[in-house]
Design a protein around this ligand. Structure first.
Ligand SMILES: Nc1ncnc2c1ncn2[C@@H]1O[C@H](COP(=O)(O)OP(=O)(O)OP(=O)(O)O)[C@@H](O)[C@H]1O
Ligand SMILES: [Mg+2]
Length: 265
């Protein structure tokens, strides 16, 4: 093939933003000639690879903009350590049907039991499922909404936060919230209600949410909407952080003992 034609192909690939094909073209054509592939096979391979690459990049961008503090997958979760969790229930949530139905999920439980891990894993799965996903810690969310209110751009902020197909609000009840904060939180929940899904995590029981939201009326209005179409996962168990710390201390003690014994001999 003449260099002029090859240059034109490269220019067109660039203009069509087929970056991956541009990268693999020379090597692939060489191999295709060697393997005696026909035109259809070559075209099929190039288009398959380009669309696979584009899909992968779109997922990666979605994950990067979703703001998760850690990359944790369901496969990293040790269900045997947390028997109060029904794995089948988590597997059902991982099908993403809850997203299509605009349902919510609440993870409740004491520190270290895996609430953020599971919320993150489902959130990352939603991003991979190509649904707009955003993670935010509850305290930061309230700060953001308050700032938007003072800068007269609350409707815009609520519109953006209201539109995510999945919003993960982590750590409800860790820091105190005033009435204004609870009011802003309510506005967001009311806007998302029955349209799009939200995952919440909290170390407080629902009966303690009255204190979390500083006002009984607002708290019950929030709870009513959150729980209407919702899966609640109540985790009762030991902290995984503590288990890791215990194992670390055991290993350290073992090393100290071994060194001591070696010193004795
Ligand atoms: N069953 C588990 N299997 C594997 N890793 C786990 C498990 N449970 C928790 N972890 C890990 O332990 C650490 C703490 O878990 P995580 O942050 O999800 O806890 P949490 O319930 O959100 O706690 P907190 O209320 O303090 O925010 C994370 O690194 C998480 O990946
Ligand atoms: Mg957490």
């Amino acid at each position: 093939m003449s260099e002029i034609v090859m240059d034109r192909i490269r220019e067109n690939l660039e203009a069509l933003k087929m970056k991956h094909t541009l990268e693999i073209l020379d090597n692939y054509l060489e191999r295709a000639v060697k393997d005696n592939l026909n035109v259809i096979e070559v075209l099929d391979h190039i288009l398959m690879e380009e669309s696979r690459h584009k899909r992968k990049r779109a997922i990666e961008t979605q994950i990067q903009t979703s703001g998760f503090p850690m990359r944790k997958e369901l496969g990293d979760f040790d269900f045997s350590f947390q028997p109060s969790i029904d794995k089948r229930q988590i597997d059902e949530l991982a099908t993403m049907r809850f997203l299509d139905n605009g349902e919510n999920i609440v993870f409740l439980g004491p520190p270290g039991v895996g609430k953020t891990h599971l919320a993150t894993a489902l959130g990352l799965a939603a991003a991979a499922y190509r649904r707009s996903t955003y993670y935010i810690n509850c305290h930061n969310l309230i700060e953001q909404l308050k700032k938007a209110h003072y800068e007269n751009r609350l409707p815009d902020r609520l519109r953006v936060l209201g539109k995510y197909k999945l919003l993960v609000i982590d750590e409800i009840g860790y820091l105190p919230m005033d009435i204004q904060g609870a009011n802003l939180f309510f506005q967001l929940i009311a806007r998302r209600y029955e349209k799009v899904s939200t995952i919440f995590t909290s170390n407080k029981t629902f009966s303690q949410w009255n204190e979390v939201f500083a006002d009984v009326t607002i708290a019950s209005a929030i709870l009513d909407r959150v729980l209407h179409h919702c899966t609640v996962i109540n985790i009762k168990g030991e902290s995984y952080r503590l288990k890791e710390r215990k194992e670390f201390m055991k290993q350290k003690q073992h090393i100290v003992n071994t060194l001591f014994e070696q010193g004795q001999n």
